[in-house]
Design a protein around this ligand. Structure first.
Ligand code: KIV
Length: 271
């Protein structure tokens, strides 16, 4: 880690300040203590214990079978070495179908799992839940665009927001979720111009994956940056191939997010 890297812990407030100052937010998924230690040392700002663990750790076909207990198990491991980064944890499929259920899940994720922010998939349909969680002191990141938990309804992982109607709805979702108290947005698989428009329209930080360089920050799945995914998505980049070490790959990812050279248009959906 370079000498000038900050050592203060990342909080919801610092993420907002980063947006205001134009400093890009570098985020990665992690599922255990060893990789988290590397991310902690190499300047990753936000670590997500994502339900992608269902696919990259458990070998499932989708994220749907992942349970709250699974997230808690991995989050505890991550928390043991996650010092500077903000620890965000996923609310799995069907773990927030009502406000009571969402509160119960968030309590477990934050108290047992030691998460510092929860992430849930859904647009304005989740407004009530986001508002309640926020009022109860739960930092929330709302995940819009492609929502992998809806895979069995969508029938495939596709770019979202390509037509005008969908794009208008997504912008509305972003504004309503912000109004409901969301502290951050995650935009997945969204054309870059739309993602930039959403980012510029909200005051809360927007972290993108497959959403172009105009977002306030980026997130990728750990296994994708290490070249371990057999059919890696267009938006992910194998940082290990150029660097040769896990530490080097994480460092290069952070540097390229911070200087906005990642994602270039090769790793984005330009329309
Ligand atoms: O579960 C996950 O890994 C995610 C990605 C969008 C980062 O939600």
């Amino acid at each position: 880690m370079s000498a000038q890297k900050k050592i203060t812990n990342v909080t919801v407030t610092s993420l907002r300040k980063m947006k205001q100052s134009g400093e890009k937010i570098a985020s990665l998924t992690s599922y255990d203590s060893s990789f988290t230690q590397v991310m902690n040392d190499e300047g990753v700002d936000v670590i997500l214990v994502g339900d992608s663990l269902g696919m990259v750790v458990q070998g499932r076909q989708t994220t749907v079978p992942v349970t709250v207990d699974d997230i808690v198990y991995h989050s505890k491991a991550v928390a043991s070495t996650c010092k500077r980064p903000l620890l965000m944890v996923d609310m799995p499929f069907m773990s927030y179908y009502s406000t009571d259920k969402a509160l119960e899940t968030a309590a477990q994720l934050m108290q047992e799992g030691q998460g510092q922010m929860v992430k849930l998939e859904g647009g304005q349909s989740e407004e009530k839940i986001v508002r309640k969680l926020s009022r109860e002191g739960v930092p929330v990141c709302a995940h819009i665009g492609l929502q992998p938990q809806l895979i069995h309804k969508l029938g495939g992982y596709r770019v979202q927001g390509r037509d005008d109607q969908q794009a208008k709805l997504m912008l509305e979702d972003a504004l309503k979720l912000q109004d409901a108290g969301a502290d951050a947005l995650l935009l997945e698989c969204v054309p870059s111009p739309l993602a930039s428009k959403i980012t510029d329209s909200v005051e809360i930080p927007v972290i993108g994956i497959g959403a172009g360089a105009g977002c306030d920050g980026q997130i990728l799945v750990l296994h994708d940056i290490l070249g371990l995914t057999p059919k890696a998505p267009k938006f992910s980049k194998d940082f290990l191939a150029d660097t040769g070490t896990i530490q080097g790959a994480v460092r290069a990812y952070v540097e390229q997010v911070k200087d906005s050279s990642f994602p270039s248009s090769e790793y984005s959906f330009n329309e």
